[in-house]
Design a protein around this ligand. Structure first.
Ligand code: NAD
Length: 438
């Protein structure tokens, strides 16, 4: 099939590349000219395991191309995916300006029937807003506002389906290629049924083993994505609060985790205590869901607690460090291992390392930081976070180099490479012989 993906970030690029890898003709459109130029030169704007190989393979095979030309993108795809960012706006809602900008562009260029698939994480009701934006542009171009009328007159037509994405950064290719489920929310209208059929056809190669497609109405599909992320964030905050209590009580949260994970109703996955959740999804999605609820006069009290617990958890490592060294950390150097918000990604959005590093440096400490892949992105965002105070931060070329001359080590992100450190080396290098393990 011919497919266009608007937005070439973590989700858009993975979606486009995996669909091209399965044999589809894919055009990826982005407004970021540097990103498109880099992709056209064979470079990768993000780190995602395995993605570079399938991008390169599909480009060479002529099935994947990159452009900033929106009209070309609209013209090309039978399915037009919207996979642009939905960052939080100032009141915590999802900011839909990028999504609606794509919708308007589609309406300005639409010349036949297209399925518009919302892949961005968007609040319930967004598909209606996308449809309204496209319709507005069609009407400006002299076409009918009513879909049935457009079909009768042979005018450009479309349907908006919700197709939320559940891939995990760090495992995007595997998750997209072997999904747990493919959620498709479609209207029960002539265009909606046609859209659903095309989406099923597009995803068929990914569900050969057994059909994992879940068809539902559009609103339920939109809510499913938020419900999934809110539930996962809840598990993390629950375990973090229990971990803090376990420490007070002299219990080991890891043993407790195994004890409860053995119950199939609970399960072992995604039950780890740590430095709090970060990244581009959980914080903004929990906040956006709470905001949607508030707009309907509802308070999601559990999610309020989940957010509060997470904010507090990001302070825990800093508090432990102060407990050992006092409030004034001047004269001390901390090695920090792991900067990305989780392993196997270079994504620094809302990473707990940022809170910790700002706290340490604010208290007079020096930091020697290392991450296996996020160094470039970390340099960029930490320079902005520290706003002039970044002389106190240096980046090391390896984990061992980071601990050279440091007083203590803080492990923030659980990269595999940090799982079995040589403790005898650490003992000789860390002058205060202290490790804070997040
Ligand atoms: P991202 O910031 O990595 O990428 C978004 C891209 O969209 C950027 O390259 C930006 O330049 C581009 N863009 C903005 N406006 C555009 C326009 N008008 N036309 C074309 N391109 C445009 O974002 P992401 O992490 O890929 O997330 C995208 C969406 O997917 C969000 O709604 C997010 O919540 C959701 N999501 C993300 C993940 C994840 O793990 N990152 C997982 C599931 C769902």
């Amino acid at each position: 099939m011919k497919v266009t993906v608007f937005g070439s970030g973590y989700v858009g690029l993975a979606t486009g590349a995996c669909l091209a890898d399965a044999g589809n003709q894919v055009v990826c459109v982005d407004v970021d000219e540097d990103k498109i130029a880099l992709l056209n030169d064979g470079g990768m704007p993000i780190y995602e395991p395995g993605l570079d190989a399938i991008v390169a393979g599909s480009r060479e095979a002529g099935r994947l191309s990159f452009t900033t030309d929106i009209a070309q993108g609209v013209d090309h795809g039978e399915v037009l995916f919207i996979a642009v960012g939905t960052p939080p706006d100032e009141n915590g809602s999802a900011d839909l300006k990028y999504v609606l900008s794509v919708a308007h562009s589609i309406g300005q260029h639409l010349n036949g029937f297209r399925v518009i698939a919302d892949k961005s994480t968007v609040p319930v009701g967004t598909a209606d807003l996308v449809a309204a934006a496209v319709t507005e542009e069609l009407v400006t171009r002299g076409f009918a506002a009513d879909p049935e009328e457009r079909i009768r007159l042979g005018q450009p037509d479309f349907t908006v389906v919700s197709n939320p994405e559940f891939l995990k950064e760090g495992a995007a290719v595997a998750d997209f290629s072997r999904p747990d489920r493919i959620v498709i929310g479609a209207d029960n209208t002539t265009s909606g049924r046609r859209g659903l059929e095309l989406m099923r056809y597009l995803y068929a190669p990914f569900t050969l083993n057994r059909d994992r497609t879940m068809v539902m109405d559009v609103r339920s599909a939109e809510l499913t994505k938020y419900a999934a992320n809110a539930m996962l964030a809840t598990r993390i905050s629950f375990m973090n609060e229990l971990a803090n209590l376990a420490e007070d009580l002299g219990a080991d949260i890891e043993l407790v985790r195994r004890g409860i994970g053995s119950d199939p109703r609970i399960g072992y996955s995604f039950l780890y205590a740590g430095t709090g959740y970060g990244g581009s999804c959980f914080p903004k999605d929990v906040s956006a869901l709470r905001r949607s609820a508030a707009e309907h006069g509802r308070s999601l009290r559990i999610l309020e607690a989940v957010e509060d617990a997470n904010t507090a958890q990001k302070e825990v490592l800093g508090r432990k460090i102060r407990g050992r060294f006092g409030d004034d950390l001047s004269g001390l150097t901390f090695a920090v291992w792991g900067l990305a918000f989780k392993p196997n990604t270079d994504d620094m959005r809302d990473a707990p390392s940022r809170v910790l590093i700002a706290d340490l440096i604010g208290r007079g400490a020096r930091v020697r930081a290392f991450d296996p892949v996020a160094m470039e992105e970390a340099r960029r965002v930490l320079a902005l976070d520290l706003d002039g105070a970044h002389d106190a931060l240096t980046f090391a070329g390896s984990a061992n180099e980071a601990v050279e001359g440091a007083d203590a080590l803080v492990i923030v992100t659980e990269w595999k490479a940090f799982r079995a450190p040589d403790f005898s080396v650490l003992a000789t290098r860390l002058t205060k012989k202290a490790i804070f393990d997040g």
